[in-house]
Write a new protein. Structure first.
Length: 149
């Protein structure tokens, strides 16, 4: 699958600013793997309070970005995503190794582990300049969108 730019990503994920945390998808192997980028800028709203004078991207938002990359990989297996909704269904073994700060570009890699019914499990990792900043096992669910029916 070719590179996905922000408008392509918005056709797959229901998220919008300020919660769309994937800027570009550089590689997708359908249902198996997704590599995505998040450019972290100093003008993001969460830096106003996390933390003044020492801005650090909240770990929960790094996890959300990883879940969104996992969702893109899972959605590639859906025939019609227009009537589906992606839900974050769980996280195991989340670890944070290094802070993410303004100016960083996070590379997120989501690798398929398993799939049962509408639940998908991925091993996700986030790196900055090749150094691990976070990793987790992420579970997502692809469900019927109640707004569509």
């Amino acid at each position: 699958m070719p590179v996905l730019m922000i408008e392509d990503i918005k056709k797959i994920l229901p998220h919008r600013y300020p919660f769309l945390l994937i800027d570009r998808v550089v590689e997708v192997e359908e249902g198996k793997r997704c590599i995505a980028l998040k450019n972290v800028t100093g003008n993001e709203a969460f830096f106003q309070g996390h933390f003044p004078g020492n801005p650090v991207m909240p770990g929960v938002l790094i996890v959300e970005a990883m879940a969104q990359a996992c969702g893109i990989a899972a959605f590639t297996q859906e025939a019609d995503i227009g009537d589906k909704l992606l839900l974050f269904a769980g996280i195991n073994n989340a670890r944070f190794k290094k802070p993410v700060v303004p100016g960083d570009t996070i590379m997120i890699e989501a690798e398929y582990i398993s799939h049962k019914m509408n639940f998908w499990v991925f091993q996700a990792k986030a790196t900055v300049d090749g150094k691990l900043v976070s990793q987790a096992e992420v579970r997502v669910a692809v469900v019927d969108n109640p707004a569509q029916g």
